[in-house]
Design a protein around this ligand. Sequence first.
Ligand code: SF4
Ligand code: SF4
Length: 472
Amino acid sequence: MNSTDSESIVNYKQGLLDQTFRDSVSTISKEGNRNYVNPQKPHGKLYNLRSYFSYFYLVLFFTLPFIKIEGEPVFLFNVLERKFIFFSKIFWPQDFFIFAIGLLTFIVFVILFTVAFGRIWCGWACPQTIFMEMVFRKIEYFIDGDATQQKKLKAMPWNTEKILKRGTKIIVFFLLSFLIANFFLGYIIGIDEVGVLIKEGIFVHFGTFSALVIFTLVFFFVYYWFREQACIIVCPYGRLQGVLLDRNSILVAYDYIRGEPRGKLDPSSNHGDCVNCHACVRVCPTGIDIRNGTQLECVNCTACIDACDEIMDHIDKPKGLIRYASENGIVNKQKTTYTWRLKLYTLVLTLLLSFLAILLITRADVAARILRTPGQTYQLLNKDKISNLYNIKLVNKTRKNIHLELKLENIEGEIKQVSPVDVPKESYFQTSFFITLKNEQLKARKTKIRIGVYENGKQMDELSVLFLGPSI
Ligand code: SF4
Ligand code: SF4
């Protein structure tokens, strides 16, 4: 088949696809009301695999705040106190450049990853999807039953069954939201602080309690009612898909070349493999029909792959009518392979992450800043010596108290400290010191000198300052 043939087949097959879906949003009715989605409970190989992944994430989410290294949590995002801990390393405002590079790496990572692998993140690792589909949705299936029972329950008058089920669901969802809010807050202020709130009561820690209530209400609102709207309307990542994806991006995709023209199973017809059973639509948590092509609403949850594979099994056709594939892969009937392009992207991502890792590992434990004391010039001592007064500010980023020494690196002279440089752990410290030089060492009014900051004989930092003397 030459390229013109294949192009005309694609055009023909694409012509068979109904395009009217573009005029509306699946979750908004013609009257402008919310179309509440009741997806059928998915099952299948990929759903099981996603469940196992999510159990792992959930265990991580609920245990990480309790894991401490040298008395500090592994992760902390305390924006209020500007204290951030990543993988047990404490970051201070002075480490902002690492944070900025980390952010940049993250953005590039997201872009390259999405260009290559589409929205795999959304389906397999996004906390919103994990909590919604793997926690709250499962509880909903348990209380209300599958999609058909849910719709029946909704249409029912407020009888005992409906009141009981709705009441149970609200209580369970609220308690779970409260639990998640506690842990979420634990990642911000530390789980110990949350424990203190519980122990000492809400009136002593009213601010923290208010944050807890707000988080609980937000989570409850999102998981009880807002649901897929968070992905469709709020999430900026979903909105970016239109500009990030291309014909080689691997996505959950319907093979329209194989599936169209769709129609009832009839060996005598020239229908494609899609039997128009709508199983893929019924399981979709965002209420879309993947056969319409890539859509902003698709969170790549793979529920439609499992559903369609089951149908293909029943009708004795090969699985994979809906599968992870790129548009080019579908048109050229190629299997999804790890192409050179993907290898290149992976290499760039690896390099970026390695660069960030090096920055993190080599980050200095002590940051120092020396400034000449304002309003002071120089002091003449015994006619043959001159001294200057300096202020030093230090940040100890480690978890131990440290004693530091200051040494002149490029010139003979004397440093006289006003007080010992003992910097408490995770703290700022400030003191003053004099540098005294002999007159003959000065060759100009300003002399550049370097000062080393040492701990146990190991240089932690080196700084340059200017030493002032009389005009020569
Ligand atoms: S589940 Fe498969 S066969 Fe059924 S409508 Fe969807 S794509 Fe077609
Ligand atoms: S189209 Fe398929 S992969 Fe996309 S959200 Fe719906 S069920 Fe999930």
